[in-house]
Design a protein around this ligand. Structure first.
Ligand code: AMP
Length: 278
C-alpha cells in the first residue's frame, strides 16, 4: 500500500494508470470503523485499484464544532486499510495541501441543504462538497462510495456529481451498526460509557417510528411521536420526516420518506436515520 501525502503525488499516480484501469474511491475523515470498512470492501470489489483518503477537512466544521476533538489514529487506520486491500492511502498531512490558495473556491449545492444538518450546521455541506470536488479531481475515480448514515450528504454529493459532470459513479452503502443498534461513527469514540448507553435511545426511537409505519400510520406527527421524550436525556438538534428525494419536510408519508435525527449525548453530536417506503 502506497501512502501519499501530497496532491501532486496523487495526480502522478493517477496519471500513471491506463484507461482500462477502474479506480474505486472511498473518502473519509479517518478513525476507521466497520462502517468505513464496509465501503472499502465493496470498493475493492468494484475497482482494479482502491484509493482511500483520510483527511479531517477543516472547512466542514463550524467555529464552535469539534474539529480539535475529532478522533485520529493514522497508524491504526493504515493497518485496517492495508487489510482491506487499499492500494493508495491519500493522507495529506497539512490542510494547505488541499487548500493551496486558502478558501476562495467553494462548491455549494442549494435547496437540498435547507433542512436537517444543513440548517443546524451552516456552511457544513459547502465544506463537504468543496473537499469532495477537489478529491474527485485528484483521484478521478470511476466509482466513489459513500454511506447512507450521512443521508443528506449522500443526496447533496449525488446532485453535485451530476451537476458538475464529474464522471464515474456515486454509490451509496447501507448504515453499519453496532450489535446493540448504535450507528457506527468515529465520534462514538468521544462518548463516555454513560452517554454511550443513553445514545441507544436513537436507534430505539427510529425502530419505534418504523413500527408505527409498519402498522399503517402515515401521518408525520404521529409517526414521530414525542422524540424529545424518547431521546431524553439526549438533547435533540432535529428529529424530522422529509421527502427522501428532495429532503423537504412532509406531513404525510405517501412517497419514500427519510426519518432523520441529530442529537447530543454527553456533548457529542450523533446522527442516524431510516427510510420509510410506502
Ligand atoms: P466520515 O469519516 O465520517 O466522513 O465517513 C466517511 C464515509 O463513511 C462517509 O461516506 C460516511 O457516510 C461513511 N460512514 C460513516 N459511518 C458509517 C456507517 N456507520 N455505516 C456506513 N457508512 C458509514
Amino acid at each position: 500500500m502506497l501512502v501519499v501525502r501530497t496532491c501532486s503525488e496523487m495526480q502522478v499516480w493517477r496519471a500513471s494508470l491506463g484507461h482500462a484501469t477502474r479506480v474505486a474511491f472511498v473518502p473519509t475523515m479517518g478513525y476507521l470503523h466497520e462502517g468505513h470498512l464496509s465501503l472499502l470492501r465493496e470498493a475493492r470489489r468494484r475497482g482494479d485499484r482502491l484509493v482511500l483518503s483520510i483527511f479531517v477537512n477543516p472547512t466542514q466544521f463550524g467555529p464552535n464544532e469539534d474539529l480539535a476533538r475529532y478522533p485520529r489514529d493514522e497508524a491504526g487506520d493504515l493497518a485496517k486499510a492495508s487489510e482491506c486491500g487499499v492500494d493508495v492511502a491519500f493522507c495529506p498531512t497539512d490542510p494547505r495541501e488541499l487548500y493551496p490558495h486558502g478558501t476562495n473556491t467553494w462548491v455549494e449545492v442549494q435547496e437540498l441543504d435547507r433542512h436537517l444538518c444543513g440548517a443546524s450546521r451552516p456552511g457544513h455541506f459547502r465544506g463537504v462538497c468543496t473537499v469532495v470536488a477537489k478529491l474527485w479531481g485528484l483521484v478521478r475515480p470511476d466509482v466513489a462510495l459513500f454511506g447512507e448514515k450521512d443521508f443528506q450528504q449522500l443526496a447533496i454529493l449525488r446532485r453535485m456529481h451530476a451537476d458538475l459532470f464529474l464522471g464515474g459513479e456515486v454509490v451509496g452503502m447501507p448504515i453499519v451498526r453496532e450489535p446493540d443498534g448504535l450507528a457506527m461513527s468515529s465520534r462514538n469514540a468521544n462518548l463516555s460509557s454513560e452517554a454511550r448507553a443513553q445514545a441507544l435511545a436513537i436507534s430505539r426511537w427510529l425502530a419505534s417510528v418504523r413500527q408505527r409505519f409498519a402498522a399503517g400510520e402515515r401521518d408525520a406527527a404521529a409517526l414521530l411521536g414525542d422524540p424529545a421524550a424518547a431521546l431524553a436525556p439526549g438533547r435533540i438538534d432535529y428529529a424530522s420526516l422529509v421527502d427522501a428525494d428532495d429532503l423537504q419536510p412532509v406531513t404525510e408519508v405517501v412517497r419514500p420518506a427519510l426519518c432523520a435525527v441529530a442529537a447530543f449525548f454527553g456533548g457529542v453530536r450523533l446522527i442516524d436515520n431510516t427510510v420509510l417506503r410506502p
